[in-house]
Write a protein that binds this ligand. Sequence first.
Ligand SMILES: Cc1ncc(COP(=O)(O)O)c(C=O)c1O
Length: 414
Amino acid sequence: MANVERAKYGAAAFAGLTGKLPGPFPRTIGPNTAGYLQEVLESGLSCDMIGRFERAFAEELGVKHCIAAPGCTPSLAMLASALEFDHADEIIVSPITDYGTLQGLIRENYIPVFADTAPGSVNMSAETIAACITDRTRAIICVHKTGMMNDMDPIMELAAKHNLVVIEDCCQAVFSTYKGRPAGTIGHAAAFSFDSEKTMGSDTGGCIVTNDDDLAERMRFYGQSRGAKMQPHFGRLHVVPGYAFRMPLCTAAVTLGQLEIVHENVAQRDKMIRLQTELMAQIPGIIPLPIPDYQEVYSCWMVCINLAPGAFTCGAEEFGDQLAAEGIPGAGIGNYYLMPEALTFLNENAQAGKYPYSKPPASRDYRYDETTCPTAHDTLQSLVRWSTFCEKYEPEHCRLAAEIVRVVADRNRS
Ligand SMILES: Cc1ncc(COP(=O)(O)O)c(C=O)c1O
């Protein structure tokens, strides 16, 4: 691996991006954050900052439990183990997402099944999910990509009919709403990320929220107590291979501070993305992601546009490069989000019949590549995105971004 260019995350991924528009870094930090950090230090690391954050976040969302972890990836790993499904049970997952959505379920030897996206959307729909349900399906992970909510009512109805657990991946959608309900309060459990570049940017962190008492308890047992129960006259007895995923105290302090400013930030993002969408929709050949009526708050983390078929002489990659050169920092393609194509090891394992793709425990063959979800693949072929969009945008930034899109569009018309 010596010559491999390793992927970068957090502020490192944004370092060196230049342009004419603001970016998320340096992040704005909530005014009480330094005080919370000081409390952690002055308590000699003995204060309950994690519990305070967990209670505050659960209360904001109106749910019973929040279990904090060092990121969303470990949060979903805790959840995957706590679900106690059998090896090779199938989990239906959005195809356009981050690796973090899948890591835990792969480690639990569950099998991801990617349902296609709905046409014109970056999310799945009840119809695309229904086509993937088998007698091995146990759960559905709906990713609210870019902050755009899945149409959850029909998905919940379908899940109830087939007795499936619904998990919301809200990493890009903190405090988005769907018919008056915040993201993360509709399914049986939901995951959040507090990565430094996310909307509630903290010093990395994440959590699961749920109203299910048993599930919450199992998550703490599997995810944080290393699967250990206290045995009288002995001590810790590890009865399952658990994790040690506790959110660090200092991260909890920063995350609590960021929670206090998140609504203001989300409101600004919502207002600005609606203006940005309206302005870009006026440019021939440019199709911004449509914002459905059921979404009152669009906590947008990433701007996406699609290039209309045949409208331009260049492809999405060249278009994105030109946007970046004209001043939209980090504009580019989003192909890497297509998980069935990006997780090359998964297809190798499936083709080689490596456990859990051996039969048993699997009951059929699987294949993961660019043909797995053709609609998602086609959508990404013509998609340009920038994740430097943030709460620092003001109307003049939306107008400038739209003007840059117009200049590049006019330059490349067919
Ligand atoms: C949709 C989605 N799911 C999961 C993750 C993983 O989150 P974390 O980096 O906190 O582990 C991310 C982060 O990029 C994400 O965007």
